[in-house]
Design a protein around this ligand. Structure first.
Ligand code: ACO
Length: 429
C-alpha cells in the first residue's frame, strides 16, 4: 500500500492526496496546492534546511538520537580503529572497500599526484605574510581549476576520476604550504616515500633533516582524525559543494565553496573557537561563572550542540580517546583538565540536558591539534583535508543523480513593491 498524506486546504475546501516516499513528501506536490488557479502554489518555509531533504544519498548514515555514524554502512568506530584514511577515502568515493590491487593502485595514484605546478607555489607566495591558511586553501584549491581546465567536463567519468585523485592528493600540499607561509618558512615538497599522513606531517614540520620521520603514534592519531572528519552527509559545507556543484561547475570550484563554508565559526571554525574559549576560561574555578554566562545567553559553549546529534557525537568519543594517545607522546595540557571539567559540569546541568547539548567533534579535536603544535588558525585546514573525500563523494553522487537540478530555493518576499524611482540628481537637489 502506498503511504500518503491527506491535506485539506481550508481556504478552498479542496483535499489533496500527497504520497509519502521514504518518510518524506515532495515539495513539488505541496506546490500543487493553490488557493485559486491564478494563485502561486503553496511553498515550504525552511531557513537553514532544518527539515528538508535536498537529495537521496547512499554515502553516510547518521542517527542523531542514537549517536550512530556509518560511512557506506560501516560504523565509524570500526573504521577509526582498523582502517586508514586513504582506504576510507576509497570507500566513500567508490562505495565499497577496495581489493588489495585496487587499494595499491589508489594509494599509488594519490601518492604520485601530491605535487602541484610550480606556478601554484608562486601565487601562494604572493599572499600577505599573515594570511589566514583557510583563505589560502580556499583560493588555491579554487585556482587548481585554471590548471586543469578539462575538469569542467564533468560528464566524463574518467575525467571525474582523475580530478578526484588530484584533489585528495594535493589538498595536504596546499594546506601544508599555507601553514609554512604564515610561519615564514620555506615550502616543503612532498615526500612520496612516506604515507599520506606522514608526508603531510613532513611538509608541515621538516626543517634541515634529510628525511623527516614522524612519530608513528602521532601519524596514527592524525590519520584517525582525518577518518572521523571524512564525511558527515548534508552538513553546511557539503551542502555548499552540492549547491555550487549543481551549476555543473568544475569540482575544484565546488570544493573551494566547501572550504569557504567550513571556515565559519559555527562549522569547521568551532574547534578554533573551543581552544580560544578554554584559554579564556583559563582556570577550572572560572567554569561556573562561564557556564552562567552561557545560560544567560551571553555566548555559546563552543564544541557543544549539533544540528543532528541529540546525544553524544560518536566522533567526540573517538577523538577523546585519540587525545589520550597524543598526550601520551606530547605530555598533557592544562586546557585538557578545563575541557574535562567543563564537559562534566555541562552534562549535568539542566540547561544543556534539556536542550540535548552534548560535546561534538570539535570539543576535543582542538586540544589534539594544539598538542601537535598547530596554531588555532590551522585547525580548520586539517578538517578540510579530512572532509575532501566526503565532499568529492557527494559531488560525484550529485553529478550522476537524475533527480538533481540547479539549487535555487524560493523566498518569501517581504520588501516594497511598485515604487517610482526618482533619479539621484532630483532626490539630492
Ligand atoms: N551553547 C549554549 N546553548 C546552545 C548551544 C551551545 N553551544 N547550542 C545550542 N544552544 C541552545 C540555543 O541557544 C537554543 O536554545 P533556545 O531553545 O533556548 O533558544 C537551543 O540550544 C537550540 O539551538 P539552535 O541554535 O536552534 O540549534 P542548531 O541546530 O541551529 O545549532 C549548532 C547547532 C550551530 C552546532 C549550535 O549547537 C552551536 O552554535 N554550537 C556551538 C558551535 C559548534 O560547536 N559548532 C560545531 C558544530 S559541529 C561541526 O560543524 C563539525
Amino acid at each position: 500500500m502506498t503511504e500518503s498524506l491527506t491535506v485539506r486546504d481550508n481556504r478552498t475546501g479542496t483535499e489533496y492526496e500527497v504520497p509519502i516516499v521514504d518518510g518524506t513528501i515532495r515539495a513539488a506536490d505541496i506546490g500543487k496546492i493553490k488557493a485559486g488557479e491564478d494563485q502561486p502554489g503553496l511553498a515550504v518555509y525552511d531557513p537553514g534546511f532544518v527539515n528538508t531533504a535536498s537529495c537521496r544519498s547512499s554515502i553516510t548514515y547518521i542517527d542523531g538520537d542514537k549517536g550512530i555514524l556509518e560511512y557506506r554502512g560501516y560504523p565509524i568506530e570500526q573504521l577509526a580503529a582498523s582502517s586508514s584514511f586513504l582506504e576510507v577515502a576509497y570507500l566513500l568515493i567508490h562505495g565499497e572497500l577496495p581489493t588489495k590491487e585496487q587499494y595499491d593502485t589508489w594509494v599509488h595514484n594519490i601518492t604520485y599526484h601530491t605535487f602541484v605546478h610550480e606556478n601554484v607555489k608562486d601565487f601562494m607566495q604572493g599572499f600577505r605574510y599573515d594570511a589566514h591558511p583557510m583563505g589560502m586553501l580556499m583560493a588555491s584549491v579554487g585556482a587548481l581549476s585554471t590548471f586543469y581546465p578539462e575538469s569542467r567536463n564533468i560528464s566524463d567519468a574518467d575525467n571525474r576520476a582523475i580530478q578526484i585523485i588530484r584533489m585528495i592528493a594535493k589538498m595536504p600540499t596546499l594546506g601544508a604550504w599555507s601553514f609554512r607561509h604564515a610561519q615564514g618558512k620555506p615550502y616543503v615538497y612532498p615526500d612520496n616515500d612516506l604515507s599520506y599522513t606522514a608526508n603531510f606531517l613532513s611538509m608541515l614540520f621538516k626543517m634541515t633533516e634529510v628525511k623527516y620521520q614522524p612519530d608513528e603514534r602521532l601519524v596514527k592519531a592524525l590519520d584517525t582524525l582525518l577518518i572521523l572528519h571524512a564525511d558527515h552527509e548534508q552538513n553546511a559545507s557539503t551542502n555548499a559543494v552540492r549547491s555550487v556543484g549543481s551549476t555543473q561547475v568544475d569540482p575544484y570550484s565546488a570544493v573551494s565553496a566547501g572550504v569557504a563554508a567550513l571556515f565559519g565559526p559555527l562549522h569547521g571554525g568551532a574547534n578554533e573557537a573551543v581552544l580560544r574559549m578554554l584559554k579564556r576560561i583559563g582556570n577550572a574555578s572560572e567554569i561556573p561563572a562561564f557556564i552562567e554566562g552561557v545560560k544567560n545567553g551571553n555566548e555559546r559553549l563552543m564544541g557543544f550542540g549539533h544540528r543532528v546529534y541529540k546525544s553524544y557525537d560518536p566522533r567526540a568519543k573517538l577523538i577523546k580517546k585519540a587525545a589520550e594517545d597524543v598526550f601520551e607522546v606530547t605530555g598533557t595540557s592544562p586546557l585538557l583538565d578545563i575541557a574535562l571539567e567543563l564537559e562534566k559540569i555541562a552534562l549535568e546541568d539542566e540547561y544543556f540536558v534539556k536542550r540535548k547539548l552534548y560535546p561534538n567533534v570539535d570539543f576535543y579535536s582542538g586540544l589534539i591539534y594544539e598538542a601537535l603544535e598547530f596554531p588555532p588558525e590551522f585547525f580548520t585546514v586539517l578538517f578540510a583535508i579530512g572532509r575532501t573525500p566526503g565532499w568529492l563523494a557527494q559531488w560525484l553522487e550529485l553529478t550522476q543523480d537524475k533527480d538533481q537540478k540547479i539549487a535555487r530555493p524560493k523566498q518569501i518576499y517581504t520588501g516594497e513593491r511598485g515604487l517610482t524611482f526618482t533619479p539621484a540628481s532630483e532626490r539630492w537637489a
